[in-house]
Design a protein around this ligand. Structure first.
Ligand code: NAP
Length: 271
């Protein structure tokens, strides 16, 4: 598995997204993913599946080899709430340490310095190995990097061919942060796309694999989700082919206004 390194922290380039996966199905998929070679699992307090994710990781017998990411929900960003919620996450996961803790969405009612101060304290206490953010704009990235006592290793953002994220990706680069792409196959929309299918056929790959390869080839980590065990291997098998420069450009050309899938109005900070 290739890794992306940010500020000395290693992120396996492909992770399993777990939003919507629940209970035994979730635990089984996580276990099978790790058996198939995944070394990065993405969960969040909001997904309400940390217990199942922890069960799946333990069942794989490879806890020490797997990066598990969880995210603090926006209503839990005040320092006292944040610390309590992270201790709850640890209890649900039944882990001693969270490998990577992210702010899921910013909350304008809580100063970033306070949330990042509390996350940094958890890191210094050994409850968290690394910290980062998600859904941060360029302005928020500048502020977060200015006020965070501990280094921020990544920004997890919506990223796929239908959305031009070049500016925020460049801002992450400026701050030495990795980009982790969520909804990397555009929630399944990649399948059936004429351009992605044609490029895939030239490499004997599927449209979803082309999408994931396009991101990883730019140095971006991806966390595709699937509920199907047979797709775990497909989404991992993206390291034995390379897209040409012309193909990379053609895929980037699929970006369109309104290409965003996840509704940012969810967060009151987005105005
Ligand atoms: N930080 C955030 O705010 C945030 C927001 C959204 C998502 N995320 C994270 O990112 C993860 C992935 O994003 P996502 O779940 O929104 O979307 P996604 O991974 O782009 O797409 C998932 C959808 O694609 C289908 N799919 C998976 N592999 C496929 C393949 N090889 N060919 C065709 N279809 C395929 C899945 O269906 P099947 O189940 O039928 O395979 C599912 O419906 C989430 O699970 C979550 O962990 C984070």
């Amino acid at each position: 598995m290739e890794t992306i390194v940010a500020k000395g922290f290693k992120l396996p380039a492909v992770g399993l997204g777990t939003w919507t996966l629940q209970g035994r199905e979730c635990a089984r998929l996580v276990e099978q993913a790790i058996r198939a070679g995944y070394r990065h699992i993405d969960t969040a307090q909001m997904y309400q599946n940390e217990r199942a994710v922890g069960d799946g990781v333990r069942a794989s017998g490879k806890r020490n080899e797997v990066l598990v990411v969880t995210k603090v929900q926006p209503t839990m960003l005040a320092p006292h709430d944040l610390v309590r919620s992270v201790k709850e996450s640890l209890a649900h996961l039944r882990f001693d340490v969270i490998d990577l803790l992210l702010i899921h969405w910013p909350n304008p009612r809580v100063p970033l310095s306070e949330s990042l101060g509390a996350m940094s304290m958890l890191k210094r206490e050994g409850l968290v190995r690394a910290i980062g953010v998600s859904n941060f704009t360029i302005a928020l990235l500048d502020e977060a990097n200015r006020v965070s006592p501990e280094p921020l290793v990544c920004n997890q953002i919506e990223c796929h061919p239908y959305l031009d994220q070049d500016k925020v990706i460049a801002a992450c680069g400026k701050h030495g942060m990795a980009v982790v792409a969520y909804s990397p196959i555009a929630r399944g929309q990649a399948r059936g796309d004429a351009v992605l299918e044609r490029i895939g056929a030239a490499h004997k790959k599927t449209a979803a694999q082309v999408c994931l390869r396009w991101l990883v080839q730019q140095g971006i980590a991806v966390v595709p989700r699937t509920s199907k065990i047979q797709r775990l291997q497909e989404n991992l098998a993206i390291f034995n082919f390379e897209l040409t420069d012309a193909e990379m450009k053609e895929i980037a050309g699929l970006a369109r206004p309104g290409g965003r899938i996840v509704d940012w109005t969810y967060s009151p900070r987005w105005d």
